[in-house]
Design a protein around this ligand. Structure first.
Ligand SMILES: [Zn+2]
Length: 500
């Protein structure tokens, strides 16, 4: 009976944010070791739940090591990687037949711009020092920035195919089945990859639109035409990780000749490159959009604010949309603002109390001004809710039970404001409903996201508008001073020659 060493380290790092991400940010979401990982993940709708289910169906035994996950945010302190590694390094000396990891792909630590590459490098160094050859398998977010080290030191990497990530669990199941095949045949695949000099804002990485839609379809055709390609990954990367490997990557796990696989990836690369302009989407200023949006009679009208895209790492306290809702007097509207200070203050009041708050815009000077508001407290809560949609993008991070910390629901000039203590991306309608707001009945709702909200909000939206507001999730990549990406790169630099 195969025994699989299992660990996870999951973070999407926005390196332009000034606040670092600490171990405590992981403890707020997921920080588990040993048996506790299995107890937490068994039956879950997350990738770890998927892995465990398939592994147990196959009769494997699992050696759970360590699992750390946090919400997207700024550069991660080195001690998080070292805590992870200390436990995994110890477990790598046990008996097992394969290593299965759940990583993100766009994690950056203070001293390591390519955390995933570093993890694989260390794992292989440990295996080599013990004279062992076992498959190293991993499931990744398609927003990972792929590196040479990741390809060189692993055997099967499997990325999600959907954005919103409705298939994160399925990707983990697929990786598990590919591992089963590898253990059965004894043929160890290797990874081949192709880096494209293009960076797309998260807005341009939806799987329902080009370039992703066409490139994903071509990847599926390639797999069916060439059975030696076990998995072809299309990873548009994460634009806000300013690291040398930032960009659009294609990769595959192959049991065939690597040179041939590379040639097939180049074909796919030419297709992606030809569609690059379609992924470079920018948004109009909110003051241009609001008068148009307000002409719509029926709601919900969804106002999408990529500049404060929580799922992309921004603070969630941007006040751009809230200011506009107040300025344009949008009644029966709602926004969520992360502000632990105000949430705590509200918990010292009673429902019905009216008082002044200084709300939002506190993490930095880049996400709009702090607003001085007179508000009425509607209710307070412990901020816990269960995902309504089991395929929610959020399930990829920590499973179905979500904790927003202490929350409060406020009213101000017809605008309902939900204040959270832990920033929570708008990926599931349970978030609003749990705080006493019925999303379907709203006239207008502000959403701090780029794409990941769509599985939740598209089904109820009568109209939706993207807007540009102040913030570090802006779709206009020229607003960022990149220091570490490789040049030339689209859309920052001109290209005289086709790079492929
Ligand atoms: Zn992602």
């Amino acid at each position: 009976m195969p025994r699989i060493l299992f660990a996870g380290l999951f973070h999407e790092t926005h390196t332009f944010l000034s606040a670092p991400t600490r171990m405590s940010d992981f403890e707020n979401v997921l920080a588990l070791e040993g048996q506790a990982i299995l107890d937490h993940s068994r039956g879950e709708i997350s990738p770890s739940g998927g892995f465990i289910e398939v592994a147990e169906q196959l009769g494997w035994s699992i050696l759970p090591s360590i699992y750390l996950a946090a919400m997207p945010s700024g550069t991660v302190k080195d001690d998080v990687l070292e805590t992870f590694w200390k436990r995994l390094e110890y477990d790598l000396r046990a008996e097992y037949d394969a290593v299965y990891l759940i990583l993100h792909g766009a994690m950056v630590c203070t001293s390591y711009p390519d955390v995933e590459g570093e993890v694989f490098r260390r794992v292989q160094a440990s295996l080599k020092s013990q004279g062992r050859h076992v498959p190293v398998v991993c499931v990744l977010d398609l927003h990972g920035n792929f590196s040479d080290a990741m390809a060189e030191h692993s055997n099967i990497l499997v990325a999600y195919r959907e954005n919103p990530h409705t298939d994160a669990r399925e990707a983990a199941c697929r990786a598990t089945r590919l591992l089963a095949k590898t253990l059965e045949t004894g043929k160890l695949p290797r990874m081949v990859h192709l880096h494209l000099p293009m960076i797309l804002p998260p807005r341009g990485t939806a799987s329902s639109a080009d370039p992703m839609k066409s490139v994903l379809a071509a990847a599926r055709r390639m797999e069916s035409e060439h059975p030696e390609l076990l998995e072809v990954n299309v990873m548009p990367g994460f634009a806000y990780a300013d690291v040398p490997d930032c960009g659009f990557d294609l990769s595959c796990a192959t049991t065939g000749e690597p040179g041939q696989a590379a040639a097939w990836l180049r074909e796919l690369g030419r297709l992606a490159w030809s569609l690059r302009e379609k992924g470079n989407l920018t948004d109009p200023p909110i003051d241009e959009v609001m008068p148009k949006a307000l002409q719509c009679k029926d709601g919900p009208i969804v106002i999408i604010e990529p500049s404060d895209n929580i799922g992309g790492g921004t603070p969630g306290d941007g006040t751009g949309v809230l200011s506009a809702f107040l300025k344009y007097k949008v009644h029966n509207s709602a926004v969520v603002i992360n502000d632990p200070e105000v949430a705590a203050e509200c918990h010292r009041h009673r429902a019905g109390d009216r008082f002044h708050v200084q709300l939002g815009g506190k993490t930095d000077r880049l996400h709009g001004a702090t607003l001085a508001l007179e508000v009425t407290l509607l209710r307070v809560s412990d901020g816990r809710f269960t995902l309504e949609n089991p395929h929610s993008h959020m399930a990829a991070i920590s499973g179905r039970h979500i904790h927003m910390g202490l929350c409060a629901t406020l009213e101000c000039h017809g605008v309902t404001i939900i204040v959270t203590t832990l920033k929570t991306p708008p990926m599931d309608l349970g978030q609003l409903r749990s705080q006493g707001v019925t999303p379907e009945k709203l006239y207008m709702v502000g959403v701090k996201a780029a794409v990941a909200h769509r599985a939740a909000y598209d089904p109820i939206a009568k109209h939706s508008f993207y807007v540009d507001t102040p913030g570090l999730g802006s779709s206009n990549l020229r607003n960022f001073s990149y220091k570490h990406v490789r040049h030339p790169v689209f859309p920052l630099d001109p290209f005289e020659h086709d790079p492929l």
